[in-house]
Design a protein around this ligand. Structure first.
Ligand code: SF4
Ligand code: SF4
Length: 410
């Protein structure tokens, strides 16, 4: 992997033109110069010259970033902001002694416990009927302040009894596929895995499962490379000697990060692992889908920042829908894991602006391919009051649930 010092020349390339301001979601929400890449490069220049050191304050400004990399696309010098910020945060971790509490808050074990608790709470809410009650009062929840909005968000993640009884073998048209479900789908949103399995099964494709851990995106984004590398090792071990041809993902972020493994683990195993990572959508791109009701839904998409696969054509080609191209459909949803926890108000502001575009266009479903984006979209929908709110939904769940060929029993 490239260290901070390897990026010095790239940082110098910033001409201070300020064009990145016009695309940076965090700058637009805060008007804080330190939020945009130009401001961060000023700080990093100070560090290179020795005027500044990697302090907690510097880390705080580096964290004012969703990692969307929109600034890279727009920058005339093509500076790779996201990777530079990761390397800078890694340098911070190398140079700063973390208090024990901070270490505990950053630990993987705590992260996993929180996911398990969230998943268990969701199940209890669904089985006890609390989730159904909250759904009945969905319209007034956002009017009840912070708690109401959080309940709306949490309830939108409690998925609705989608049971897929298909059993798996391990054959993808003669090839072997392993499914990387991602931690969010594993612990909270089991619905997506069922939907992926259902759609693929109907397309004649099966997969096997391994005991994977989180892909490590939050540690990578945070520059906590030691923890990221530890997760890489665990996931490489989980595949073991299973000679698979594909490692399938249904999440844009997992897909991006798993392909990065080869850059952070200098072994053939990691290179082979990254080379096999395949978006599950790639295996269904030739299949036609048709809506299973007479209702002509207004469908829009949200393109995740990490999306390298053009799923929009798949959505546009679903027979019987009314596709709407909504303003900023390809702009960051404002969630981005730890960013949303550290900068709640900014994150909610970005998500709300985004949600408003879909509401203004009377959209019924917002289809996306990343569980974190589902959180961001639902966070935005919780912020905005409206008579008709769209449902944010994973593409595979939409195909399984609302498309003719893939009737489900719920
Ligand atoms: S667009 Fe690029 S060159 Fe211009 S200020 Fe932003 S980072 Fe620097
Ligand atoms: S990566 Fe996105 S949030 Fe971060 S500075 Fe660039 S445009 Fe702003």
């Amino acid at each position: 992997m490239k260290e901070f010092e390897d990026y010095e020349e790239e940082i110098y390339k910033c001409s201070r033109c300020g064009l990145c301001q016009s695309v940076c979601p965090v700058f637009k929400a805060t008007l804080n110069e330190c939020a945009v890449s130009r401001g961060k490069f000023n700080i990093l220049n100070g560090i290179i010259k020795g005027d500044l050191t990697f302090s907690n304050n510097v880390k705080k400004y580096l964290d004012l970033c969703t990692g969307c990399n929109a600034c890279k696309e727009f920058c005339p010098s093509g500076i790779d902001a996201r990777n530079i910020f990761v390397a800078a945060k890694h340098e911070y971790y190398k140079n700063t002694k973390q208090p024990l509490l901070q270490k505990f808050l950053n630990s993987y074990i705590l992260f996993k416990i929180l996911l398990i608790c969230a998943g268990a709470t969701g199940k209890i809410m669904r089985l006890s009927g609390i989730s159904f009650l909250l759904e009945c009062f969905e319209k007034i929840l956002p009017q009840l302040g912070y708690v109401g909005k959080r309940l709306y968000l949490f309830n939108s993640l409690i998925f609705k009894r989608f049971n897929n009884k298909n059993t798996c073998s391990s054959d993808v048209n003669g090839k072997k596929a392993v499914y990387f479900e991602g931690c969010f789908n594993k612990y909270i949103n089991n619905d997506t895995e069922s939907a992926v399995q259902y759609v693929l099964k109907n397309a004649g494709i099966d997969f096997i499962k391994k005991n994977f851990e989180c892909c490590g995106i939050s540690y990578l984004n945070d520059g906590n490379i030691e923890k990221f590398e530890a997760l890489i090792k665990k996931n490489l071990k989980a595949v073991g000697d299973c000679e698979c041809d594909y490692i399938l993902t249904d999440c844009a972020s997992c897909n991006y990060v798993l392909k990065e493994y080869k850059n952070y683990n200098d072994t053939n195993t990691a290179s082979e692992f990254s080379a096999k990572v395949t978006d599950a959508l790639d295996l269904i791109k030739d299949i036609k889908f048709e809506i299973n009701s007479d209702k002509k839904y207004n469908i829009a998409v949200h393109k995740p920042c990490h999306d390298n696969y053009d799923f929009i054509e798949i959505v546009k080609n679903i027979n019987g829908i009314n596709f709407i191209e909504v303003q900023d459909f390809d702009k960051c949803c404002g969630f981005s894991g730890k960013f949303a926890l550290q900068n709640q108000q900014i994150s909610r502001k970005i998500s709300a602006q985004k949600a408003q575009h879909y509401i203004d266009n009377n959209v019924d479903f917002i289809i996306t391919t990343c569980p974190a984006c589902l959180l961001g979209l639902n966070q935005g929908l919780a912020e905005v009051e409206a008579k008709h709110k769209p449902v944010a939904i994973n593409l595979f769940v939409f195909l399984a649930k609302y498309c003719k060929q893939y009737y489900i029993n719920n």
